[in-house]
Design a protein around this ligand. Structure first.
Ligand code: ZN
Length: 134
């Protein structure tokens, strides 16, 4: 597969309003606004960093994936997202290699990107997201 770059780093927070201060006030990153993706029970906020971004994730519901992650592991680093040229081809390649996937097919994430997650069991414990943006 063709990985183009690290698209973003996902960081789980209890509350974006409180959580964003470190990134903006201390590090001086620009807050690009937030977006709620109801299907994934998450509100995301993006902070561009050079060619990549920091993505803060706040759960909109106690049973959402980000809330479950925080219950288990606490707030902090949650996933790394790689930008790929062709997400369908990348997923096919991973299936052929027997890699366990959370998403068998791409779904639509924040910003209209096509995204899919690999299972941390298949990656040595890191939640890996693939994303394709047009
Ligand atoms: Zn992400």
């Amino acid at each position: 597969m063709e990985i183009l770059k690290i698209d973003h780093l996902g960081i789980a927070v209890n509350n974006i309003e409180d959580g964003k201060n470190f990134w903006t006030e201390v590090l001086g990153l620009q807050f690009e606004g937030s977006e709620t993706v109801e299907a994934q029970k998450v509100t995301t906020a993006f902070f561009p960093v050079g060619e990549s971004e920091v993505e803060l994730l706040e759960s909109t519901s106690p049973d959402g994936p980000v809330a479950k992650f925080i219950d288990k592991k606490g707030t902090g680093f949650q996933h790394v997202a790689f930008r790929v040229a062709d997400i369908e081809a990348a997923l096919e390649e991973l299936k052929e290699k027997g890699i366990q996937l959370i998403d068998q097919k791409p779904r639509i994430g924040a910003g209209g990107a096509k995204i899919a997650f690999l299972h941390p069991k298949a990656t040595g414990g890191v939640l890996v997201e693939l994303c394709e943006r047009s």
